[in-house]
Write a protein that binds this ligand. Structure first.
Ligand SMILES: *[C@@H]1O[C@H](CO)[C@@H](O)[C@H](O)[C@H]1NC(C)=O
Ligand SMILES: *[C@@H]1O[C@H](CO)[C@@H](O)[C@H](O)[C@H]1NC(C)=O
Length: 483
């Protein structure tokens, strides 16, 4: 009996434990989208699959006499930060526009995840004339409390921007999200798509006409980690680039040119979108062969040359295990990795459309597969091919983070601790009782090590903007995309 079991075990091990085998990208894609259900705010639908979550924030907006229910909690706390939420939505939409055809049955889940955000963003943009709501939940009161969203009892303060209190950063990102989503729904729900695009135009007009950063506004401004440090030109370029794509209205191109050029950067995240705008605009140069967009192709390639290892202008660090590592902004390092690999993969696909290739100074020729190879290596690292031999996506693979910095995941659903009582669940060494399937955490440190400690939010906290770009890249590899 024992030996028979052993033989069966050995045989199945031989079949499945092929060290060169790719990760299961289809499983990872499915989980990366399921994660968004765990971040939902508002009344939940009957087909909610992450069943340890319940209704929450059901009176959001009531302090301003408007309905602002819905949307997503950005990370492990219970505040709705529209700035990163809109970026999340833009990246989910871009993922779906580029790779929706390769998502199979997950395409519908991708649309649902986008719509959960855009239903909320539409409310934020249309409920009160002349105002854009930009967040719900008092950060300084909410953040110290370790409470589930279902039990939270701190003020659900409502924040907004307006002509006298501008916020071009959050407004242009909101416009980008609505414009990108309008293309996702163009065929499947034309009426919804039209409403998204019409609202996007109005919000973008507001961002362009009343320039300023919402972090510079007088109190009661939205006190949040997510503000754009008084810099919003990148969001203006990004928002206009998305509207140009959605409308083909060349006034948006003129506006982008009036901004007088962007910055050369080696990052792409919720706060810095120049490189994303360059790649998006370069699609016209490469795929549509429109020479008026040549300069953005140059900018995109200059960005990529900073990312790739071993080019003369490379400015990106890699750990000894092979992970891109941002020493300047090490908080949630994987946010940079998922966002940048999306740009690499997508630019490679634009290059393939016209068999384009380029050089980084005196480098070897850069063909699309050079980009895809780096992208695949990063994706595979996140899914378990790394020195710690663990996946950084919760619920994926045999070993994954068990103590993520996330209130809902770490507090048992039957417990209802108040603000301070919740700390026992923050500091316990026990694994989280609720599995937030699909959540990608901040990731390992610069030594490829991961301590799996709940209070180490820099490494153990998930966020919607880490997952969103990963959805597209996973769809590419899940459908057999390879280097
Ligand atoms: C791209 O446009 C140029 C003119 O701007 C033209 O010479 C060239 O043939 C076009 N290439 C393709 C593939 O259409
Ligand atoms: C939380 O409950 C404890 C008793 O378990 C109590 O001492 C404390 O005052 C409560 N805190 C709040 C903020 O309600």
């Amino acid at each position: 009996m024992t030996s028979l079991f052993f033989l069966v075990f050995l045989f199945s091990s031989l079949l499945t434990r092929n060290v060169d085998a790719d990760p299961n990208y289809i499983d990872a894609l499915s989980k990366s989208l399921l994660f968004f259900q765990g971040q939902r705010s508002g009344p939940l639908p009957t087909d909610q699959k992450i069943s340890w979550r319940g209704n929450s924030g059901v009176n959001d907006g009531s302090l301003a006499n408007v309905d602002l229910t819905g949307g997503y909690y950005t990370e492990g706390d219970n505040v709705k930060h529209n700035f990163p939420m809109a970026f999340t939505t833009t990246m989910l939409s871009w993922s779906t526009l580029e790779y929706g055809g390769q998502m199979g049955p997950e395409l519908q889940n991708a649309r649902v995840s986008i719509r959960w955000a855009t239903d909320y963003l539409l409310k934020c943009a249309t409920k009160t004339q002349g105002q854009l709501y930009v967040g719900v939940g008092d950060l300084s009161a909410n953040h110290p409390c370790w409470e589930r969203p279902e039990d939270m009892d701190t003020p659900r303060t409502v924040y907004s921007v307006s002509a006298s209190n501008p916020g071009s950063d959050v407004a242009a990102e909101t416009a980008a999200a609505l414009a990108a989503a309008s293309m996702v729904f163009r065929e499947v729900d034309p009426q919804y798509s039209t409403s998204l695009l019409a609202t996007s135009k109005i919000v973008m007009e507001f961002a362009m006409q009343h320039q300023g950063s919402h972090s510079d506004a007088p109190p009661p401004r939205f006190r949040t980690f997510y503000y754009s440090y008084s810099v919003y030109k990148d969001e203006l370029m990004w928002g206009a680039a998305w509207l140009l794509k959605a409308t083909d209205d060349l006034n948006y191109k003129n506006f982008i040119e009036s901004l007088g050029g962007g910055e050369q950067t080696d990052i792409f995240n919720w706060n810095n979108k120049y490189s994303g705008a360059y790649v998006l605009l370069s699609q016209r140069a490469l795929v549509n062969n429109d020479s008026n967009f040549e300069q953005y192709k140059q900018e995109a390639e200059s960005f990529i040359c900073k990312i790739l290892p071993n080019t003369p202008s490379s400015s990106t660090s890699y750990t000894s295990g092979g992970l891109m590592y941002n020493y300047k902004l090490p908080d949630s390092n994987l946010q940079h990795v998922t966002a940048i690999t999306f740009l690499l993969t997508t630019y490679a696909n634009y290059m393939k459309a016209t068999q384009h290739r380029f050089y980084c100074g005196n480098s070897d020729v850069i063909v699309p597969d050079v980009l895809i190879k780096v992208s695949k290596q990063q994706v595979d690292y996140i899914l378990g091919e790394n020195p710690a031999k663990m996946s950084y996506m919760v619920g994926y693979g045999p070993s994954f983070p068990m103590r993520i910095h996330h209130r809902g995941s770490s507090i048992p659903s039957q417990a209802h601790p108040n603000c301070t009582e919740g700390n026992q669940f923050l500091y316990t060494p026990n694994p989280n009782p609720n599995i937030l399937t699909g959540a990608i955490v901040g990731g390992p440190d610069e030594k490829d090590e991961y301590l799996d400690k709940r209070d180490d939010y820099i490494h153990s906290e998930p966020a919607t903007y880490i997952n969103a770009p990963f959805v597209g890249t996973l769809a590419y590899f899940a459908s057999g995309g390879s280097a």
